[in-house]
Design a protein around this ligand. Structure first.
Ligand SMILES: Nc1ncnc2c1ncn2[C@@H]1O[C@H](COP(=O)(O)OP(=O)(O)O)[C@@H](O)[C@H]1O
Ligand SMILES: [Mg+2]
Length: 267
């Protein structure tokens, strides 16, 4: 029997569900693809999972899971809805909050607006086992504020030099801002495990040498044309191709992430 059915109604007011933030510096490296597939896998494993699409104004996680959100953070910020009212149901019982698509005001949200969003995310913790936040590109406060409330940061990169440089850039910026919790690396579009390991060693070497701390390994996802096919079909690739190698790597990633959840939470 599944001890943690995703739709169970009981909420523990003392629960402090861990918050994981997915970021990269550079755009287009696979943050949203991995966030959506990770969140779906975590939900499928029985953990109550919330995915916050924090690419404010250009949110697209819902597209990758074939969902049309009836609400977004705009409704919350304009006081038309409570934060719990804007949760949208995704695959496997996953709960999604969309950051709004094509909304300039969201992309230019001021400090007060961002603070309200952060506080609302923190308030969601009793209602879930785990929160995953997908961020936009860049190193602006639109991104770093979300890292600031996370228990753990998952940095996504690929083997390209520009992606690697920007991964280092976001790590440098958030730690200079005071972030002092663990940072884990995901190497996406890896052409081999050896290549992924080289990327990890390179980035870890840089943070150790120039910033004075190391980063942890979380896992790799290989380059696979089925990832893009699944996006075209608006279905998470782990659902469309459950037996493909790329899906088994993603599932391993989800397992590694669950190992990081503190025991006192349901995950
Ligand atoms: N493992 C992969 N293999 C092949 N293509 C991928 C993989 N991961 C991501 N992509 C491609 O990269 C594109 C950008 O991914 P996306 O998740 O939107 O990046 P980000 O959120 O970082 O901007 C996707 O549309 C997809 O085509
Ligand atoms: Mg994205």
């Amino acid at each position: 029997m599944n001890p943690n059915p995703p739709n169970r109604e009981t909420n523990d007011p003392n629960s402090r569900a861990p918050i994981f933030v997915v970021t990269s510096g550079k755009g287009g490296v696979g943050k949203t693809t991995l966030s959506v597939n990770l969140a779906v896998e975590l939900a499928a494993s029985g953990r109550r999972t919330m995915l916050i699409d924090a690419d404010l104004g250009l949110a697209n996680a819902h597209i990758l899971m074939g969902v049309r959100p009836s609400h977004s953070l705009t409704d919350y910020l304009e006081e038309r809805a409570q934060i719990t009212d804007i949760l949208v149901e995704g695959p496997c019982g996953l709960k999604l909050i969309s950051g709004g698509q094509g909304i300039k005001e969201m992309a230019n949200l001021d400090e007060q607006g961002r603070r309200r969003v952060m506080d609302a995310i923190l308030d969601l913790r009793p209602y879930t086992d785990l929160i995953l936040i997908d961020t936009g590109a860049g190193v602006s406060t639109q991104v770093t504020d979300f890292v600031g409330i996370a228990d753990r940061t998952l940095v996504v990169t690929n083997a390209n030099f520009t992606a690697l440089t920007n991964a280092y850039g976001i790590i440098k910026v958030v730690t200079q801002d005071g972030y002092d919790r663990p940072i884990h690396l995901i190497v996406n579009r890896a052409r081999s495990p050896e290549e992924a390991d080289q990327v990890y060693q390179k980035l870890k070497g840089c943070t150790e040498k120039f910033l004075g701390f190391g980063i942890d390994w979380l896992g790799l996802v290989p380059e696979d044309a089925r990832v893009n096919q699944a996006i075209q079909k608006r279905t998470p690739f782990t659902r469309l191709h459950p037996d493909a190698t790329v899906s088994s790597y993603l599932k391993k990633l989800a397992k590694n992430l669950l190992k990081l959840c503190p025991e006192r939470t349901a995950c």
